[in-house]
Design a protein around this ligand. Structure first.
Ligand code: COA
Length: 466
C-alpha cells in the first residue's frame, strides 16, 4: 500500500483554485467533457484552460493539446478521459505542478482486479508529485462561492443550489445529485459539495477534517457506503463533531446492499454494529434516508443547538399537538412543564377553551395575535428549551399574509431553537417556503418536525458534555 498523505490544507485547491484545466473537454453536447467545460465557462471567474488534442476551440474557448502546453500554472485539473489514458494524463499534471485533480473517469477499483491495479498507479503518481486526487469514478466538487463545478449534469437538468451553510460529501455521485437537486428546489443553501467516488487518495475523513475548518460550513452531511480507514475516520469524526454537527447516511447495511456497494465504489461496508458503535463514540447523527438527512441538515444549519430537552408545543390543531407529543417522547425529549407565570399571563387574555398546558392548543379560532402572545410568553419561559410551532393554516382566522412575519418578529433575539410544522398541501407549501427563507426549518408532518428538533437537542447535549 502507498502511504497516506494527510494535509487538510492541500484540499483547498479543489474548492478555491486560481486556475482550472478541463482535460477531455469536448464540443459534443452529450459528452461529459462538454458539460463540465460549459459549466465552468458559464460561471467560473478565475482562469480556465480547455485541453483536447483534436480541437482548436471548444465553445469559443482556445484549446490546448495537453496540459504541458498551458502557458500558466494550473491549480486544479478535471480529468474526463477514458480510464486507460488517465495515468499518462495524471503524470503530465504532476510534471506541470498541478496541485489537485478530480478524476471523473470510471473503470478502476470498482471494476475488478485490473482496475484496482490502475488505481494504485494513480495513487503512486499522487504521492510522487504531491498532487491530491479526488476520485476516480466520481462527480467531483461544487462550491457555491467560487463556482467550481465539476458536476457533469447540465444545469437545465440540475439547478445549482444557492450559497448556504450545509456541506455535503458523498461517496456516490447519484446520491449527491439527489441531495443537491432537493436543496436547489427548496432554495436551501449549500456551501460545498464533494463526490469522492473510489477515494483512492482523498477520503471521507480528509474531507471531514477540511470542512471542520471551513468558515462557510456550519453543518456537514455525508453519504457513505464504506469507510476507507476506520480508525482514522473515527478519530477525525470525534474531533469534528466538537466543532460542528456531522450527519451520516450509511448504506450497504444488508448483505445485498453490501454487495451492491462493492461493485459501485469498491467499498467494503463492514458490519452495521461496528458502524453504530463508531456513530455513538464520535457523536455523529445517523440517518437512514435522504429526506431525514435533508430535514436534519437544515435544522442544524439554521437553528441553534438546544440547551436541554424540554420542548413546548403550540398549535391550533389538537390532533397535531397529540401526534407531536408522541413523536417527542419517541425521540427522548420531554414536554416542558410551563411556569405558573406563563400560564397566568396567558390565562388573563385567552378565552376559556384554550388549553394552557403543554401541548398548548390555542383552538381552531386562534388568530395571529393569539399565536403571537403564546409564542412570546412560552419562548421566554425558563422551563422551555425549544419550541415546535404547529399551525393548521387553513382556518379562516389565520392571516396568511402576515403569519410568517409575526413568528419571525416574536421570536426576536431569543436563541432557543424553533421548528415549525405546517401540515397540508398547497396553502401550507407556500408558507413553508417563506419560513425557510427566514431561516426557520418547516416540515409537513409532526414526525419530521420532531425528528429534526431532536437533532438540535442531541447536538446541544453533545456540546454541553464536551
Ligand atoms: N487529453 C485530452 N483530451 C483527450 C485525451 C487526452 N489524453 N484523450 C481523449 N481526449 C478527448 C477525446 O478526444 C474526446 O474529445 P472529442 O469529443 O472532441 O473527441 C474527449 O477527450 C473524451 O474522450 P472520449 O474518448 O470521447 O471519451 P468519452 O467522453 O466517451 O468518455 C469518460 C470519457 C471519462 C466520460 C468515460 O470514460 C467514463 O469514465 N464515463 C463514466 C463516468 C462516470 O460515471 N463517473 C462516475 C460518476 S459518479
Amino acid at each position: 500500500m502507498v502511504e497516506a498523505l494527510e494535509e487538510p490544507g492541500s484540499i483547498s485547491p479543489f474548492f478555491n483554485p486560481k486556475s482550472v484545466a478541463v482535460i477531455g473537454a469536448s464540443s459534443k453536447q452529450k459528452k461529459i467533457g462538454y458539460v463540465i467545460a460549459k459549466n465552468f465557462i458559464e460561471s467560473f471567474t478565475a482562469k480556465l484552460f480547455l485541453i483536447n488534442p483534436n480541437a482548436q476551440e471548444i465553445l469559443s474557448h482556445k484549446c490546448y493539446p495537453d496540459i504541458s502546453s498551458v502557458p500558466e500554472n494550473v491549480d486544479l485539473a478535471v480529468i474526463a478521459v477514458p480510464a486507460k489514458s488517465v495515468k499518462e494524463v495524471l503524470e503530465e499534471c504532476g510534471k506541470k505542478g498541478v496541485k489537485a485533480a478530480v478524476v471523473i473517469s470510471s473503470g478502476f477499483r470498482e471494476s475488478g482486479k485490473e482496475g484496482a491495479g490502475m488505481e494504485e498507479e494513480l495513487v503512486r503518481i499522487s504521492r510522487k508529485y504531491h498532487l491530491r486526487i479526488m476520485g476516480p469514478n466520481c462527480m467531483g466538487v461544487f462550491s457555491s462561492t467560487s463556482m467550481v463545478d465539476t458536476l457533469f449534469i447540465p444545469r437545465y437538468r440540475l439547478k445549482r443550489p444557492p450559497q448556504g451553510k450545509i456541506a455535503f460529501i458523498s461517496q456516490s455521485g447519484a446520491s449527491g445529485i439527489a441531495f443537491l437537486d432537493w436543496a436547489a428546489g427548496e432554495r436551501i443553501g449549500i456551501s460545498k459539495f464533494a463526490s469522492y467516488g473510489n477515494a483512492a487518495d482523498i477520503d471521507e475523513a480528509d474531507l471531514l477534517e477540511f470542512l471542520a475548518r471551513d468558515e462557510e460550513t456550519k453543518v456537514i452531511a455525508m453519504y457513505l457506503e464504506g469507510v476507507k480507514e476506520g480508525r482514522k475516520f473515527a478519530k477525525i469524526a470525534r474531533e469534528v463533531t466538537k466543532e460542528k454537527p456531522v450527519i451520516v447516511l450509511k448504506s450497504g447495511i444488508t448483505e445485498s446492499g453490501a454487495k451492491a456497494a462493492l461493485s459501485h465504489t469498491g467499498s467494503l461496508s463492514g458490519t452495521d454494529e461496528i458502524f453504530n458503535a463508531v456513530v455513538k463514540q464520535t457523536g455523529m447523527i445517523r440517518v437512514y434516508d435522504w429526506e431525514e438527512m435533508f430535514d436534519i441538515a437544515r435544522a442544524l444549519a439554521y437553528q441553534p443547538a438546544a440547551r436541554g430537552n424540554r420542548v413546548a408545543v403550540i398549535t391550533n390543531g389538537g390532533g397535531a399537538g397529540v401526534m407531536i407529543a408522541d413523536e417527542l417522547e419517541k425521540h427522548g425529549m420531554t414536554i416542558a412543564k410551563l411556569s405558573e407565570k406563563t400560564v397566568a399571563e396567558l390565562e388573563m387574555n385567552f378565552p376559556p377553551h384554550v388549553t394552557l398546558h403543554n401541548p398548548m392548543d390555542l383552538g381552531g379560532d386562534a388568530d395571529n395575535e393569539r399565536f403571537r402572545e403564546a409564542l412570546g410568553a412560552v419562548i421566554d419561559d425558563d422551563s422551555v428549551d425549544s419550541l415546535i410551532l404547529t399551525c393548521i393554516p387553513h382556518t379562516p382566522t389565520i392571516d396568511l399574509e402576515s403569519f410568517v412575519d409575526m413568528v419571525v418578529d416574536t421570536k426576536g433575539k431569543n436563541d432557543k431553537p424553533l421548528v415549525v410544522c405546517l401540515p397540508g398541501g398547497r396553502v401550507s407549501l407556500e408558507i413553508r417556503e417563506l419560513f425557510e427563507e427566514n431561516g426557520i426549518p418547516t416540515y409537513p408532518t409532526p414526525a419530521r418536525a420532531a425528528l429534526s428538533l431532536s437533532a438540535l437537542v442531541r447536538y446541544g447535549g453533545l456540546k454541553n458534555s464536551g
